[in-house]
Design a protein around this ligand. Structure first.
Ligand code: 6K0
Length: 688
C-alpha cells in the first residue's frame, strides 16, 4: 500500500518534471534496452468521444501525439462514420468502440508504464547529455520535490529494470501491458462484419489517422477490450419454421454429411446477415432457399451449396388455425359483450350520449363513430337501404324520425343553392306547412348516389337534431323521406353563417358592430353550447362558419359537415383522410385526437376571437403545420382590436393548457350575461 502510494506520487512528480524532456525526446529510440518501438505514457482518459468505453481508464498515448490531438482525430473520424451512408448497419454498431480501443489502448499498469517511460528517457538524457543537463532541468522545477525524487529514483529505477516483469511490460504499443481489442473480435470485424469498411478505413485520410488495428499484430490475451459482438445461436433449436430464415441452431453438416464451410469464405456480402458472422452453421440468409443450407467443399458439384436436411417444425398451419379460431372466438365474445353493454346503458341514458356529431360522416380523424351501424336505441341496422329511413318499422317508437313532421316533395319549392357538402346540397326553399302557412326553409338534400355510410350519417343526424330543442340550436322543421332526394328542412336563417355575417358587418365593408352586439352573439353561442354539453354532446367543430344568424341577431349553432369548399382552408388534411380544424383545436385534440366538452370550450374561445376580429382567420398568415407548432408552444392568439380586456381574459381562460381548468359553458354564459346586462345599464345611462 505504502509502496503503491509513493509510487503514484513519484509518477506524478516525474510527469511534471520531465514534461519538457518528454517533448524533446519524442523521436528518440534507445537501441540496447529492448524499446525499439516508440514508447509512450499512460494518461487518464477525460475526453468525450470515447467516454462510454474508456471512462476512468488510463490510456496509452504515443509520445508524438497528445491526448487532445487524438481526441480531435477521433472526433473527425466519428463524424465521417456518422455521415457515411454506405456503411452497413451491422458494422456501424462496432465502429466507434473499435476506433476508441485502437487509438487509445487501455493501460493495465499505468504507473509502471509511466515510470518505465521516464526511466527510459532519463537514461537517454544521461547517456547523451550527461548528469549536468538533467540536474539543470530538475533544478528549474520545484527543488523540494525534486529532492524527494532524487532520493527515490535510484531505488525504483533499479527496481524496475532489474525485475523480470519489466522486460515483459515495456511501455510500448505492442507490449502485453496494454489491453487491446480482443483479437477474435478484431478478426470478425476485419474479415466478416466490416470487410469493405475496414479496407476503406485503413486508407481513409481521417479515419486512417486515428489508426485502425492490424488484427494480426494483436497478442492473444484473455483480458482484452471486448466490442460485444455476439453470435446469436440457440443450441436447443433442432427444427426450423417456415423457410428457416430464423433458424439459429448449431447443425453444421449438410444433408450428405459434408461439413459446412465458414460463411465468410464464400459469401460475398456477409455483413448484411449478422447471423452468419464467425461461424459455419446451417442458415437461410435472406430466405434465399426453401430451408437452411450451407456451403460445402465439393468440386464435383457445380454449385457448392447443399441443404442441411434439418426437419421442419410441426406444421405451423395447425398453430395458425388454432390461433385464428381462438381470435375469432374472442372477437365474437367481445362483440357480444359490447352489444349487451350498449343495450343496458341505452336504457338508462339519453341516446344522444352515444351519438356524436354526424359531420356528414367525416368526423375529424376520418373515423365515423364506432356505433355507426346502430340506431339510437342500440339496434343494429342490417339493411342500409333508405327504406329504413323512409318507413321506420313499428318497433322504433322512440325513434326521432317519428317525432318530426314528414313532408313530401310537393310540399316544398326549391330556390337557389346555399351551399354544398359531402352529403349533397343545401338550397333555399319554401315549405307549405299543414296549416297552409308558407315558411322559408333551408333544404339539406341528400345526393342520389350517396354511399351507405353517408345515408346512415344522414339518418343519424335527423335523429340527433330531433332530440335537440333549444333556441340557440338550429331547428329542424321536418323531413322528406318518402321519395328521393331525401331532405331535411331547417328553419331559414336569413343572415347566413356567422363568419359571412361578421365579414359583411366589418370595417372593411365600412360597417361595424356594437360592443353589445358582440356580447349578444357570444352569449347565444355559449348558451347553445351549454345546452349541448348538458346533453353530453361534443361538437368537435365549433367555429363561426358553423353558426347561423337570423334576423334580429339570433344566433344558432349548427354543424354542416366539413367539406364546404369556401372553408376548406380552415381544415388541415392529415394522413390524407382526416380533416382537422386545427386553428380551433387545443393541443390534446391535435396530439391525441381527444375531443371533449373542454376541447369545445377551447374552440369557443377561438370563436370569441373570430367575433371580435370580424371574421378573421385565427393565426392568419400561418400555415397549418405552423399553427400546430404555435398551439403546442402556447403562442396564443393576441387580443383583437377593440376587444375588452375582460373578454380577452375569458378567451385566455378557455385556452388553458389543462383542460379541466377551462371555465364551463355555464360559467361563460353567466359572465357574458353579466357584462351584457352591465352594458345595457351603461348605454341607458349615457346621456343622449
Ligand atoms: C345551412 C343551413 C343549415 C345545412 N346541415 C345542417 C346541422 C346541430 C348540431 C348537427 C344545417 C339555414 C349556410 C348555409 C349553407 N345554411 O341549417 C344546415 C346543412 N345540419 O346543422 N346539423 C346539426 C346541428 F348540434 C349537430 F349535426 C342554413 N338553416 N339557413 C340558412 N343558410 C343555411
Amino acid at each position: 500500500m505504502n509502496f503503491h502510494c509513493q509510487c503514484v506520487l513519484v509518477h506524478y512528480i516525474v510527469l511534471i518534471a520531465l514534461k519538457d524532456i518528454y517533448v524533446w525526446s519524442q523521436n528518440m529510440t534507445y537501441e540496447n534496452n529492448g524499446f525499439h518501438q516508440s514508447s509512450g505514457i499512460c494518461q487518464l482518459y477525460t475526453g468525450t468521444i470515447c467516454q462510454d468505453f474508456l471512462k476512468n481508464a488510463h490510456v496509452f498515448i504515443d509520445p508524438n501525439v497528445t491526448i487532445n490531438d487524438l481526441e480531435e482525430r477521433l472526433k473527425a473520424a466519428y463524424g465521417v462514420i456518422k455521415e457515411s451512408k454506405d456503411m452497413n448497419s451491422n458494422c456501424r454498431k462496432y465502429a466507434l468502440p473499435s476506433l476508441c480501443f485502437s487509438a487509445l489502448p487501455i493501460c493495465r499498469t499505468p504507473e509502471r508504464t509511466n515510470l518505465l517511460y521516464f526511466a527510459n528517457v532519463a537514461m537517454i538524457t544521461n547517456k547523451y547529455n550527461g548528469n549536468s543537463t538533467r540536474k539543470r532541468r530538475f533544478v528549474s522545477k520545484d527543488t523540494k520535490t525534486m529532492h524527494l525524487f532524487h532520493k527515490k529514483k535510484s531505488v525504483y529505477f533499479n527496481d524496475v529494470f532489474t525485475t523480470d516483469v519489466s522486460s515483459k511490460y515495456p511501455p510500448t504499443r505492442e507490449s502485453e501491458n496494454l489491453k487491446r481489442i480482443c483479437r477474435e473480435e478484431c478478426e470478425l470485424l476485419e474479415n466478416e462484419l466490416c470487410q469493405k469498411e475496414y479496407a476503406i478505413a485503413k486508407r481513409h485520410p481521417v479515419i486512417g489517422l486515428v489508426g485502425v488495428e492490424d488484427c494480426e499484430k494483436i497478442p492473444q490475451h484473455k483480458d482484452c477490450s471486448t466490442l460485444g459482438i455476439t453470435i446469436e445461436v440457440d443450441e436447443t433449436e433442432d427444427c426450423y419454421w417456415e423457410d428457416g430464415s430464423s433458424y439459429r441452431g448449431v447443425q453444421n453438416v449438410s444433408s450428405s454429411g459434408k461439413s459446412c464451410l465458414r460463411w465468410s469464405w464464400l459469401m460475398k456480402e456477409i455483413s448484411d446477415f449478422p447471423e452468419l458472422i464467425g461461424q459455419n452453421y446451417c442458415r437461410n440468409p435472406g430466405s434465399a432457399e426453401k430451408s437452411p443450407w450451407c456451403f460445402v467443399d465439393d468440386r464435383s458439384l457445380d454449385r457448392n451449396i447443399e441443404p442441411c436436411g434439418i426437419p421442419k417444425c410441426v406444421d405451423k398451419i395447425w398453430l395458425s388455425i388454432i390461433s385464428i379460431l381462438g381470435l375469432t372466438a374472442l372477437f365474437v365474445i367481445v362483440i357480444f359483450l359490447m352489444v349487451l353493454f350498449r343495450r343496458k346503458s341505452s336504457r338508462g341514458m339519453k341516446n344522444i350520449q352515444n351519438i356524436n356529431t354526424p359531420n356528414a360522416g367525416n368526423n375529424i380523424y376520418g373515423n365515423s363513430q364506432s356505433n355507426t351501424n346502430q340506431d339510437a336505441g342500440g339496434r343494429v341496422i342490417l339493411n342500409s337501404s333508405m327504406e329504413h329511413v323512409g318507413m321506420p318499422s313499428k318497433n322504433i317508437e322512440k325513434n326521432g324520425l317519428l317525432r318530426i313532421p314528414h313532408f313530401t316533395l310537393q310540399d316544398v319549392e326549391f330556390f337557389e343553392e346555399l351551399g354544398e357538402g359531402a352529403f349533397g346540397k343545401v338550397y333555399k326553399g319554401q315549405l307549405t306547412q299543414t296549416n297552409k302557412k308558407v315558411v322559408n326553409v333551408a333544404i339539406k338534400a341528400l345526393k342520389e348516389n350517396a354511399s351507405v355510410k353517408t345515408q346512415q350519417d344522414f339518418r343519424r343526424e335527423i335523429e340527433l337534431i330531433s332530440d335537440l330543442k333549444h333556441q340557440n340550436i338550429v331547428c329542424i322543421l321536418g323531413v322528406i323521406l318518402n321519395k328521393e332526394p331525401f331532405c331535411m328542412l331547417f328553419e331559414y336563417m336569413a343572415n347566413g353563417d356567422l363568419h359571412e355575417f361578421l365579414i359583411s358587418n366589418s370595417p372593411v365593408e365600412k360597417k361595424s358592430l356594437l360592443q353589445l352586439e358582440f356580447l349578444q352573439i357570444a352569449m347565444q353561442i355559449s348558451e347553445g353550447m351549454e345546452y349541448l354539453s348538458g346533453h353530453h354532446y361534443v361538437h368537435r367543430d365549433l367555429a363561426a362558419r358553423n353558426c347561423l344568424v337570423n334576423e334580429g341577431l339570433i344566433v344558432k349553432i349548427s354543424d354542416f359537415g366539413l367539406s364546404r369548399d369556401i372553408y376548406s382552408s380552415d381544415y388541415y388534411r392529415v394522413q390524407s383522410k382526416s380533416l382537422l380544424p386545427v386553428r380551433w383545436m387545443p393541443s390534446e385534440s391535435i396530439l391525441y385526437g381527444k375531443f371533449t366538452t373542454e376541447s369545445d370550450i377551447w374552440s369557443f374561445g377561438v370563436v370569441l376571437w373570430e367575433i371580435y376580429s370580424y371574421g378573421m382567420q385565427p393565426y392568419y398568415g400561418y400555415s397549418n403545420p405552423e399553427v400546430i407548432h404555435l398551439i403546442r408552444s402556447r403562442q396564443l392568439l393576441s387580443c383583437p382590436e377593440n376587444c375588452p380586456t375582460a373578454v380577452y381574459s375569458l378567451m385566455i381562460e378557455c385556452w388553458h393548457e389543462q383542460a379541466v381548468k377551462r371555465p364551463t359553458f355555464a360559467d361563460i354564459s353567466h359572465r357574458l350575461k353579466t357584462w351584457y346586462e352591465g352594458h345595457i345599464k351603461i348605454s341607458n345611462q349615457t346621456p343622449k
